[in-house]
Design a binder for this molecule. Structure first.
Ligand code: B3K
Ligand code: ZN
Length: 884
């Protein structure tokens, strides 16, 4: 009997090993959209490490046709079938199970399990989608060898793909054909994949470091082959990079990437058959922006790197998710940085990472969904594919490298693979490998995995001119009851001339950090408070603390404006140079916001000191354009909101717009000059240098367009019309929409040019949804557009998420109308796709921090959702948001 169940919480402490292990899996698929037959033959044996003799198989939303155990057909009395499991009690030590089930892929709108997108079959199994395909012990610590037979109509599905190597294919008569795939490596079920589709591919033979030739393929729908070059190039770069940086080689003869338009996230690392959201595969200069190109490189790298960090060594249970995700994000970040190759380019990628943390991870860590990098419990694991597990997890991995140095980190990685290849392991196993390979005690470092929240590090300094000592006193505070973290704090000292002073730490006792030079040292803060003394310091220096953002913490230090200006113009560490500018801007933003809230938008002022600092950076030709662009972007409205006890989104928006308008007017001449100086004529190339120039040029345009005169409007219109690439075209259009000037004809022209490019139409929706000139009524109107659908996650995200998450001044409209909109679409989406709905649900995470009038309306909206019958996914998010 199948019965409904209410959400249950799963705890990490309750982990028990599986009662049965699976050696081999043979899967047979007869694929048809409305009725797919899945035959599954698995060999199991009792796990010597487990006490139970019960076989527990997971299965959801599939119809059981028959079960045979060691050749005997079982009757309903021989097993227990619930809505989620099939249990066979007291089974023999060795078992062959043959199970036949039915499913209806065309009705599967959740995009988890086996589903149909644009007439083609795809799968998504992580985290728990395999159980929607067949009955199986669907947990990552059950690793087995898979053989897969696919059968389907040949005309409709000429391409049949699965993991590993193609061993056989042929005709079946009656217009059907088959393909048999064998994966030589043991894998957990979440890495299973199949594709049955009408697709074409770009392919090439590629020579690995050991001389072996492998086949690389990028599969897309017909008509998209002109957009696969960059993904292919990124794949080859990824393979080379992993060989060189980590000595890790591709272990298969064939590696495939397949693009699909309906996908819940970015991409999936299925063994040998990566399935990608089209957004992270398809690009040509006409349709994709520089940011899209960078995203493709990062995600192609990320999924490829999972082949070792995730697939060869996988997670014991889903609480260990960051073992593979944090590590693999770190690897893709390093890959992207190395691809740029210069120190300044590297710094720009680092600044981007810091921005993401502040924009999304710090708020998550301070809100109702806060969880440690290795969570202790969950209701729905899909809710834990978070910025904390991914991006903070990557910061944790980066800290090993900062503490152990690059070589030490590499040693740790080598030992990790030596010990655990082919196993399903834990975050503790990774930490042990790092510690043992380097002879270091990393016991305390464990707290980064178990304690949630963003630690605050407070610094004080004192200078003794007579003894020539400079002390930095660091203290830390976490959440109540927390133990101190092991925090690497990279520090340098600037002299009055702006140069780094040579550093002598008392007793000369410090570990050399990743930077390995004498002008930056890594201080290890392990206690509540520690004093670090520098000797032979001839002048009172300006401290540059937390260089390269050496730990994911909030740094408090009472910098004076003069010190910040000094760092902003001179710090040799580009991340802290940028950071000084952000601090200068944040101080002013907060002051102006308060003023707006109290007295309205009149009589606001921005000091010339700040404007001059901005001018200097803007016009400093020695700096990379990409860096200058980042230095000129003011902290986002979301980041400002995080600094306030009571958030007033309208006041923040007004204050920030005032600052942008003032900068735009004061620096008009320089902005215009830089706009012209940073043109990138000739053929489009997505390289970092050109992308940086475009970014700076388009930022100049956006400043000029805050309050545009005729000349600026002309500039934007010309750029729109003459642009040779999507970066420039979309930037021009965005600047027009944001300026409030009439942009209707341009939006129409843009739409008409790209009406059959789904990814560009997503941009068309997104740029309108995130414009502060777009209110909820306008968003509702856009939903009536024939191109809008809730069923394709990219489209739903483009319009709805960009409004709720990237348009704070409209989302928080005083009448609460946007909150009602939010509630309506969380409920509607939940009926279609719970994973996507749960992401939308999180837009209300920080509701308690808003002014009381807004809070009350947000609460009403949350309660409206809570009253419905919800998926576990949405229910967990809403319940946590409403809980005290
Ligand atoms: N591992 C997948 C994410 C799966 C998400 C499941 N809800 C993509 C990635 O991180 O590479
Ligand atoms: Zn990943």
């Amino acid at each position: 009997m199948r019965t409904d169940s209410s959400p249950t919480t799963i705890f990490r402490k309750d982990y028990t090993p599986p009662a049965y292990l699976v050696d081999t899996v043979e899967l047979g698929f007869d694929l048809a959209p409305a009725r797919t037959v899945v035959a599954n033959r698995i060999t199991l044996r009792q796990n010597p490490d487990a006490a139970s003799h019960d076989i527990v198989l997971h299965g959801e939303e599939i119809e059981l046709v028959q079960v045979r155990l060691n050749g005997q057909q079982l009757s309903e009395r021989d097993y227990e079938l619930s809505h989620a499991t099939l249990t066979i009690r007291n089974a023999p030590a060795e078992v062959v199970l043959e199970i036949e089930t039915l499913c209806a892929p065309v009705e599967n709108t959740t995009l988890s399990g086996l589903y149909v997108s644009n007439g083609n079959f795809f799968t998504q199994c992580e985290a728990e989608g395999f159980r929607r395909i067949t009955f199986f012990p669907d947990r990552p610590d059950v690793m087995a060898r898979y053989t897969v037979m696919l059968r389907a109509d040949k005309a409709a599905y000429p391409v049949l793909l699965s993991n590993g190597n193609l061993v056989e294919q042929g005709e079946l008569g009656d217009g059907r054909h088959y393909a048999k795939w064998e994966d030589p490596f043991k894998k957990p079920s979440y890495l299973f994949a199949l594709v049955a589709a009408k697709l074409v591919c770009q392919e090439e033979q590629f020579k690995l470091a050991d001389g072996r030739e492998v086949l690389l393929q990028v599969w897309v729908e017909e008509g998209n082959l002109d957009k696969t070059d960059y993904a292919m190039q990124s794949l080859k770069n990824s393979i080379r990079w992993d060989e060189q940086r980590f000595g890790l080689e591709l272990d298969l003869d064939r590696f495939m990437i397949v693009a699909v338009g309906d996908f819940n996230m970015g991409a999936m690392e299925n063994k040998g058959l990566n399935i990608f959201n089209t957004k992270f595969v398809l690009a040509n200069p006409r349709t994709a922006t520089d940011i899209d190109y960078a995203g493709i490189e990062a995600v192609v790298g990320h999924e490829y790197f999972h082949n070792w960090t995730g697939n060869r060594v996988t997670c014991r249970d889903w609480f260990q998710l960051s073992l593979k995700e944090g590590l693999t994000v770190f690897r893709d970040q390093e890959f992207s940085a190395d691809m740029i190759g210069t120190d300044s380019g590297r710094a720009v990628t680092r600044i981007d990472q810091v921005r993401t943390l502040r924009q999304a991870q710090f708020p998550e860590d301070a809100g109702p969904m806060s969880h440690p990098v290795r969570p202790d419990s969950f209701v729905e694991i899909n809710n834990f594919y978070t910025v904390t597990v991914y991006e903070k997890g990557a910061e944790v991995v980066r800290m090993y490298q900062t503490l152990l140095g690059r070589d030490g980190f590499r040693k740790g990685m080598d030992l990790y693979f030596e010990r655990h290849d082919g196993q399903a392991v834990t975050c503790d196993d990774f930490r042990a490998a790092m510690a043992d390979a380097n002879g270091r005690d990393l016991t305390q470092f464990e707290r980064w995995y178990s304690q949630a929240g963003t630690p605050v590090v407070t610094a004080r300094t004192r200078y003794d001119a007579v003894k020539r000592n400079f002390d930095i006193i660091l203290s830390q505070r976490g959440q109540p009851e927390q133990q101190p973290f092991h925090i690497p704090v990279a520090v340098g000292l600037l002299g009055a001339n702006g140069k780094d002073l040579p550093l002598t730490l008392e007793n000369g006792k410090h570990e050399k950090g990743a930077k390995g030079d004498e002008t930056t040292v890594v201080l290890e803060l392990t206690g509540q408070e520690q004093i670090f003394r520098f000797r032979n310091v001839d002048e009172r220096p300006t401290p540059s603390i937390l260089r390269d953002f050496s730990a994911p913490v909030i740094l408090e230090y009472d910098y004076t404006d003069d010190e910040l200006l000094h760092l902003f113009s001179q710090d040799s560490d580009p991340v802290n140079r940028w950071e000084a500018g952000q601090r200068l801007a944040m101080e002013r933003l907060l002051k102006l916001t308060k003023q707006v809230a109290a007295h309205g938008a009149n009589n606001l002022k921005l000091d010339s000191t700040f404007i001059n600092a901005m001018r200097s950076v803007l016009t400093d030709e020695k700096l990379d354009a990409a860096f200058r662009e980042l230095a000129l972007i003011l902290p986002s409205e979301t980041i400002v909101a995080e600094q306030m006890d009571v958030v007033d989104p309208q006041a923040i928006h007004t204050a920030r717009q005032f600052m942008r308008r003032t900068i735009g007017t004061a620096l008009q001449t320089e902005l215009l000059a830089q706009y012209h100086a940073n043109q990138t004529p000739g053929d489009y190339s997505p390289d970092a240098l050109s992308a940086g120039k475009r970014a700076l040029k388009n930022l100049c345009l956006s400043y000029l367009m805050v309050a545009p005169e005729l000349a600026e409007l002309k500039l934007a219109q010309q750029q729109f019309e003459n642009a040779s690439n999507m970066t420039d075209r979309s930037a021009a259009l965005v600047s027009m929409i944001h300026s409030g000037a009439e942009s209707g004809p341009y939006l129409k022209a843009f739409y008409d040019d790209f009406d059959n490019e789904a990814l560009v139409i997503d941009k068309w929706f997104a740029m309108q949804a995130s414009a502060p000139t777009t209110n909820v009524a306008a968003v509702r109107k856009l939903m009536q557009h024939p191109a809008f659908t809730l069923k394709t996650p990219n489209r739903a995200r483009a319009l709805i998420f960009n409004f709720t998450n990237a348009n704070p001044s409209q989302f928080h409209a005083a009448d609460g109308s946007a909150y009602e909109f939010w509630a309506e679409f969380v409920i509607k989406l939940d009926a279609i796709n719970p994973q996507v709905a749960a992401r939308l649900a999180r837009a209300m995470d920080r509701w308690r921090r808003y002014a009381p009038a807004l809070q009350a309306k947000m609460k009403q909206a949350l309660e409206k959702v809570a009253r419905r019958k919800l998926s576990n996914d949405v229910s967990e998010v809403i319940t946590k948001a409403l809980a005290n």
